[in-house]
Design a protein around this ligand. Sequence first.
Ligand code: UDP
Length: 507
Amino acid sequence: MACQGAPNGRGNATGAGADDVGSAVKAHFVLVPLMYQGHVIPAVDTALLLATHGALASVVVTPSNAARIRPTVDLARRSGLPIRLVELPLDCAAEGLPEGADDVDKIPPDLAPNYFRALALLAEPLERHLRAHPPYPTCIVSDFCHPWTVQVAANLNVPRLNFFSMCAFSLLCQHNVERYNSYDGVADDNEPVVVPGVEKRIEVTRAQAPGFFRAPGFEKLADEIEQAQGEADGAVVNSFLEMEPEYVAGYAAARKMKVWTIGPVSLYHQHAATLAKRGNTTTAIDADECLRWLEGKEPDTVLYVSFGSIVHADPKQVIELGLGLEGSGHPFVWVLKNPAQYGEDVREFLQDLEERVAGRGMLVRGWSPQVLILNHAAVGGFVTHCGWNSTMEAIAAGLPVVTWPHFSDQFLNEKLAVEVLGIGVSIGIKEPLMWMSKKEIVVGREVVEAAVRSIMDEGEEGNERRRKALALSEKARTAVQKGGSSLGNLLDLIKHFEVDVGGCTTN
Ligand code: UDP
């Protein structure tokens, strides 16, 4: 089919590889997520959204991640959406990683810096792939953790946007404490400072918000990330304007760039079948079984407990949390990422607990269909580590949260939920636990019980939090519908980069 060809002599938008997308596309976005589930999942949702509105979206992933998302992408392609999976193997040996360690679950924690260096080696194969598979890209939408995509975009002579599955509040607070050197002169990493340049008084410590990748072994990467953030041609953010207008405007002004808030991207999924498989085809529990279990519960009574895709708690803390959930008296669904990694004592404890709370508590050992569960009428609250996806998904579902941050932007996300939006109760963590927490009991069972009662019980404060959460959910849903801010931004984003491929047919 006819195509006007790529502009600027940068290649040809027809030919080999162009026959896999059935209709004309308006632009070609190349999404390069960080290869962690908390980054891949929102990138895939964003690709699906772009494709739904007529742009071609290519998602670049390593083989382990490709295996998890291929069914979702294939289903979308079969329904005619212009979306592609670009699978690029990681050269693990080049950076001293074990063979096939292209996924965080397979990487020894002390080799994390090597993983990031190995990811940077994808630059050359990615550029080669994009040149060989038309249509020519119109824009690289790169996870902010990939500064190496700056060179790819420059070589291809296309713009590069930063992709954040983060809220503008956290981005702006982090940016401002660094820009105004707020930590200079603090006695130690736990001394609170007031975040400058934001209207509301927010206090944070260097331990809680040190800056992205400001950790031993990552010094060079952290500097490169900061530079790449500042030099991007714009930012795509999984948030919505009505939730945090002053922070979106503040971040755009501070960075002097256009910010497209297009979330909550999880709301792309409206059907149980795709929700159940979101992020991972292999769930530890059958979605129907899970829904049947929830069907038997009263509305708003079940607590969902999960710490995301990478956190692994200390064994003693696991037991204490379990006892707290049991003691709270509330029904719960508790997700344990990888209980097989614990010793006999924890495994036995979990089995006994399951027997004691049979019918009231359900344990999911592995991957859970999180968004499906959160949106069930029986679910009334969420104990979360405040990963931004989980926080955004709780907000989209209209749920109050117990906040239990571990690391990264999670402390700032907690502050947004508790102090700004008024939908959260803090469990009281002050210092980072990191993802492989070696700290034993940080939160006692009584504290868990009290926090659970606080968000689930129907006192005045609890009702107020629930009312605020529901109001936010309404706004989130409005934002992604026709006439809403997020859908408007998505369409604007496509329009902004439309010119390059405009009119090109790809079949
Ligand atoms: N998730 C899921 N099932 C699980 C664990 C996680 O569906 O058992 C999804 C969750 O819905 C969210 C993502 O994985 O979309 C986790 O991202 P988040 O930012 O909350 O935390 P991270 O895993 O990055 O720490």
